[in-house]
Design a protein around this ligand. Sequence first.
Ligand code: NDP
Length: 451
Amino acid sequence: MAEQDYDFDLFTIGAGSGGVRASRVAAAHGARVAVAEEYRVGGTCVIRGCVPKKMLVYGAHFAEDLEDAAGFGWTIAGKSFDWIKLRDHVQADVTRLEGLYGQTLSNHNVTVFTERATITGDHQITLASGRVVTAKTILIATGARPHIPEFPGHEHVITSNEAFHLDSLPRRILIAGGGYIANEFAGIFNQFGSKVTIANRSDTILRGYDEAVRDRLLQIAMVKGIEFLFRAQFEYVEKQDDRSLRVKLTGQDERVFDCVMVATGRVPNIEGLGLETVGVELGERAQIKVDAFSKTNIDYIYAVGDVTDRVQLTPVAIREGQAFADSVFGKGAPYAVDHSCVPSAVFSHPPIAAVGMTESEARNQLGSVRVYQADFRPMKHVVAGRSERALYKMIVDAANDRVVGIHMIGPDAPEIMQAAAIAVKAGLTKADFDATCAIHPTMAEELVLFK
Ligand code: NDP
C-alpha cells in the first residue's frame, strides 16, 4: 500500500506518558497521527500514579511540618485534616492536567479516539465503535496495571488505583508488597493517622536499592509507627458484616483491617490488543519484546513504556516515545534510548533517591571500591527535636576515582539527586566533587565534603 493510502502515518494505542510524547513529536515531524485511549488522556503517571501520589505526599508531610513548627516557636491551635478536601483538590488538578494533555494533542492536530483500539489485521485497527482504520506504523503504549496475587478473597482488596478515591481514611490498613508503592503509601497513610502494616513476601523492602539506605528507611518507618511483616503472603481475606476485612497471612495470626491494598508489582497491559492476530512476540513476563529502537518483531509495530517492562518509570517512557518518533518520523539518524544510570526516587517518608551502582553491585562488578558515607541529623530536625537522621553514600571505583553510585535518604533527597545524577552520568570523579565548593549550610553540601 502506498504511504498516502493509509488513513494515518502513525496510530498510537494508549495516551499515557510515552504515547502522548511519541504522538505529538511524530505529528510535529509532519506525520498524520491518531491516538486511541479508552480511559483518560494522561495515563498512569498523570491520572493514578506519580502526579496525584506526589500531591498526597505533600499533603501528608504537613503532619510532621506542623509538629516541627512548635520547635521554631509556632503555636498552631485547632489543626485538623480533611481527607475529602485533599482528595477532591487532587482530583480536580488531575482533571486539569488531563485537559492540558488533550490540548497538547489537539494543538498538534493529533486525532484522539476515546475508545479501545484492537489490531485486527496487517496495518489495520478496529475501534470499539466498529470503525476500521489503517496506519503505516502502529505504536503500542498501553502501560501496565497493578498485579493482584491470586488468593481466596482477593476481590476485597484495593490497589493504588482506588487509593486516590477512598471515601474515608482507613483506621487500619494492610499494604502488601515492599516496593515503591507500598512504601510511598505507607508513609502517606501513616502521616494521615492510619495504623499501617506492610506485609511483604520476602524479608526485605525495596529490593535493588542500597542496603544501608533501605535499612535506614525501615528503622525510621518503624519509629513512626509503621509495622512490617516479612515472609508474609496472603492465605485468605474475608469480608465481615461490619465491612472490615479478616486477613490471614502465612506465619501470622488472623488480623482485622479496614482496608487491604496490594502493591505487588505491575503487569504489562497486553490483553485485547490483537497482538496474536499479527504475531507480536512477548517476553516471559508477558511484556512486548522490542529492540533498542523500540521495534517489535513485526516491522511496522513498535512499543514504548511500561508495556515493554524495561525500566517502569515515566521519564524513561517519555524518552522512549521521543526516540521512537524522532527515529521513525524525523529527519535525523535513528537513535536508541540509553537505559543505563537512570536516577530514581521513592517518595517515602523520608524519601530515598539513587543513581548508579549500589555498594554490593559495585563490589561484585568492579572489585575494588571506595565507599564514603555521611550519617547526619539535618539542621531543621535538630531545632524541631526530631531524631531522624539522613544518610548519604557515595560509591567510587578505586581504579579510576569515578563516582559510580550515589544513594541518599533524607529530606528532599530526590530534589538533590536530580543534580547529582548529572555528575554521575557524566562520569565525574570523586576529585571533581571535592573540587566543587560547598553551599553552606545545606544538606546537599555533604556530597562535596565526603572524607
Ligand atoms: P515493586 O516492583 O516496586 O515492588 C513489588 C513488591 O511486591 C516487592 O516487594 C515484591 O517482593 C512484591 N511482589 C512481587 N510480586 C509478588 C507476588 N506475585 N506476590 C506477592 N508479592 C509480590 O512494585 P510496585 O507495585 O511498588 O510498583 C510498580 C512499579 O511502578 C515499580 O517497579 C516502579 O517501577 C514504578 N513506580 C515508581 C515510582 C517512583 O518512581 N517513585 C512510584 C511507584 C511506582 P520482593 O521483596 O520479593 O521483591
